[in-house]
Design a protein. Structure first.
Length: 214
């Protein structure tokens, strides 16, 4: 009888040890799942970021290479606002005044507005973002690719723009560089018998504004 009781106790001990080990492994797995989910949630932005552009403090610069010289000029911004959701979806628009373009040469600017941009008819140049690739935090440094549609001279073109900047409190500033193949997009080349212009113009946006997160 004593031997049977000892065997029973031994079997019970093994059974309890097995159950305890199985329960411990299950709890450990569940804790790992919870921790991984929490880490992923912490890594992803949890707020929508809304950016408003201050046109008076922002600039649009352009550079066009030609066979004679490099042309530098500017355009004025009219307005701008962008919203970036936690999943990277974006909306809003940045609008430049096409009629404001100037390069410091009245004859060249007159030809640009009349023959190339036709700015009396197409008065605005607009970028409408729809997606952001990369992290866009509510505070700190920003380095992303912003995808959207670029409206110029009455037609829209798909474009991805590299954007760098920084958000500090309710203020932000950033830069974006665009290469616009204006001739390929249907605008007239400013080429003459003497001067040959690059069919791609480089545009740099220097943006400043305010922000809030929701």
């Amino acid at each position: 009888m004593t031997t049977n009781r000892n065997v029973a106790r031994l079997i019970s001990s093994f059974a309890l040890a097995f159950v305890w080990t199985a329960c411990s492994q299950t709890v450990a797995r569940e804790l790992r799942v919870v921790n991984n989910a929490s880490a992923a949630q912490a890594a992803a932005p949890s707020q929508e970021v809304a950016l408003t552009v201050n046109p008076s403090q922002s600039k649009v610069n352009y550079t066009l290479d030609t066979t004679l010289h490099t042309v530098h000029g500017t355009f004025s911004l009219k307005r701008g606002n962008i919203r970036i959701a936690p999943d990277g979806k974006a909306s809003g628009e940045i609008v430049a005044d096409a009629t404001s373009g100037q390069s410091g040469d009245s004859g060249r600017d007159k030809k640009m507005h009349k023959d190339v941009l036709e700015s009396a008819k197409y008065t605005e140049v607009v970028f409408r973002p729809d997606r952001v690739d990369g992290k866009f935090p509510p505070n700190g440094a920003v380095s992303v690719q912003m995808h959207g549609m670029f409206a110029l001279h009455g037609s829209e073109h798909e474009l991805t723009v590299p954007v760098k900047g920084e958000i500090t409190g309710d203020r932000w500033h950033g830069t974006a560089t665009l290469k616009i193949p204006y001739v390929e997009w249907g605008l007239k080349s400013p080429n003459s018998f003497i001067l040959k212009a690059d069919p791609v113009v480089e545009v740099e946006l220097e943006l400043v504004g305010t922000t809030n997160a929701h």
